[in-house]
Ligand binder design. Structure first.
Ligand code: NAD
Length: 509
């Protein structure tokens, strides 16, 4: 009995969900086929933008900026508030598209849209809290303060695995900060992008604002390259592989633009002897196998104390053997498909490389459901026991591969955690407060996200999100990440009637 949906069935559902969000599919009809990882079937045929046309899109966004920057921030917040309401209304429609194009299980797809709603709430509050400081001036009769102003056009390049949330992190904050957005979504998830933008366009139209506050340019890397190089883009926020960031960063720097890079991760959990192993196992399995290993925060390495490493490995392996792998939209499925054939090939190659480096596959690694749909790639997440630290663990393979390593001292565990080129997320499972504190201290994990007794994935929007080293150094979402979307002016206001100079300098004329 077939367990994957029929090709036509998914196409119909995708069309319905996109239309429900307000997408006029006929306006975008074209030649480029988009396939669903669920069954490999074509679910969209759309027209892509020409790289040459990106300049005109940015010009329109700049024209919208000229007006939007003068709208009071709390009024700008009202637009984001309405957008959040529409997202709430269409949560299921958008989640359906996330499942169909990115292959996420329903609960995670709904969670992704919830994250959009959450960032809208956050941004609405922020629209009344774009605070600057007042500093004590060293001169009498002077006031010294800083003010924050809209920056300009924000270009967003996003990855397939968070096809709508990452854009909303940028867009909700950019809009309250006074910046229009031009979005180049992943070429793998165009319907998600059109649907999310259509909901925002509805809010924009209801409030009589310029449609150019939010624009989408569909296409592959060459369209992204045009956006990255455009001098009219003040902030370029790019989410994707380190390979992409390495290409994008220098181009933006060369034109003295501002960039915000959210790149690859290679995240580890340290499991100490005192850890609650039932809790740790749940945390590991969600972070390592969830989203079929296709999150930037996916746990890729477990570093377990030698006294418990066998038990940890066996507990995780037992859970892996029973994980329901299959159609992400059917109830009970926890692991959906890999994105495409390339992802599957990378999965197979990484397992072979680990074996060649002395690794032992303890559970998983098999392809599943291959007889149901040739163009769909389902795998059982794999646990590989490694004898020691190895180069094969330094690369992010965007698939559910978990390497397990033993450690002897806690200092060694921290060293192993930090031994990779990426620096996104990390966690420690321990009941020992000193270990927990050390892991979170300056001598601990070198990552942007450092957790205790939870896994590496599943961050909330309230904190700043991002990582160090090859992860790119950017911070998005909550906390004070908004500052990247504004320019700071330092104002000195003299009401003294005199002209005293700073540092006691005299210059009498
Ligand atoms: P990818 O790098 O292949 O593509 C990402 C986006 O960049 C796409 O829109 C693509 O068209 C565009 N692009 C590629 N080359 C470009 C170039 N030279 N100039 C301009 N644009 C270019 O990544 P992917 O396969 O879609 O996503 C998976 C990767 O994204 C993983 O490495 C994952 O860790 C990373 N990611 C990071 C975060 C984070 O917040 N750190 C979040 C999600 C995904």
């Amino acid at each position: 009995m077939a367990t994957l949906p029929a090709a036509e069935d998914l196409k119909v559902r995708a069309d319905q969900a996109a239309r429900a969000c307000g997408v006029d599919l006929t306006a975008y009809r074209g030649e480029k086929e988009g396939r669903s990882p669920i069954n490999g079937a074509v679910v969209s045929t759309l027209a892509w933008s020409e790289p040459d046309a990106v300049g005109e899109t940015v010009r329109r966004a700049r024209a919208a900026f000229a007006t939007w920057r003068s709208v009071p921030a709390p009024v700008r917040g009202a637009l984001v508030k309405r957008f959040g309401e529409l997202l709430t209304e269409h949560k299921a429609d958008l989640a359906t598209l996330v499942s169909i194009e990115a292959g996420k299980v329903t609960s995670e797809a709904l969670g992704e849209v919830q994250e959009m709603i959450d960032i809208c709430d956050f941004a609405v509050g922020l629209s009344r809290q774009l605070y600057g400081r007042t500093m004590a001036s060293e001169r009498p009769g002077h006031r010294l303060m800083e003010t924050w102003h809209p920056l300009g056009v924000v270009g967003v390049v996003s990855a397939f695995n968070f096809p709508v949330a990452v854009w909303s992190w940028n867009t909700a904050i950019a809009l309250v900060c006074g910046d229009p957005v031009v979005w180049k979504p992943s070429e793998k998830t165009p319907l998600c992008a059109l649907a999310a933008d259509a909901l925002l366009q509805r809010a924009i139209a209801e409030q009589g604002l310029s449609a150019d506050l939010s624009q989408v340019v569909l296409g592959g890397p060459e369209v992204g390259e045009a956006l990255v190089a455009d001098r009219g883009v003040a902030l370029l926020s790019a989410t994707g592989s380190t390979r992409m960031g390495r290409a994008v960063g220098p181009v933006v720097a060369d034109r003295f633009g501002r960039s915000l890079l959210e790149l690859g991760g290679n995240n580890a959990a340290v499991i100490a002897p005192s850890a609650d192993l039932a809790l740790a196992t749940r945390g590991i399995v969600f972070s390592a196998a969830g989203t079929a290993g296709q999150r930037c925060t996916t746990m890729r390495r477990v570093i377990a104390h030698s006294s418990i490493v066998d038990e940890v490995t066996e507990r995780v392996a037992a859970a892996y053997r029973n994980l329901p792998v299959g159609d992400p939209m059917s109830e009970g499925t926890l692991v959906g498909p890999l994105l495409d054939e390339r992802s599957y090939e990378a999965f197979v190659a990484a397992i072979e490389a680990a074996k060649a480096a002395g690794g032992e596959v303890v559970a998983g690694g098999e392809r599943e459901l291959a007889d149901e749909a040739e163009g769909a790639y389902y795998v059982r997440p794999v646990v590989i026991r490694m004898p020691e630290q190895s180069e094969v663990m330094h690369t992010e393979t965007f698939a559910p591969i978990l390497y397990v390593l033993p450690y002897e001292s806690f200092a060694e565990a921290i060293e192993l955690n930090n031994a990779v080129p990426q620096g996104l997320s990390s966690s420690v499972f321990t009941q020992d407060q000193a270990e927990a504190e050390l892991f979170c201290s300056a001598e601990g994990s070198d990552c942007g996200i450092v957790n205790v007794n939870i896994g590496t994935s599943g961050a909330e929007i309230g904190g700043a999100f991002g990582g160090e080293k090859e992860t790119g150094g950017g911070r998005e979402s909550g906390s004070d990440a908004w500052r990247a979307y504004m320019r700071r002016a330092t104002n000195t206001i003299n009401y003294s009637g005199e002209l005293p100079l700073a540092q006691g300098v005299t210059f009498d004329i």
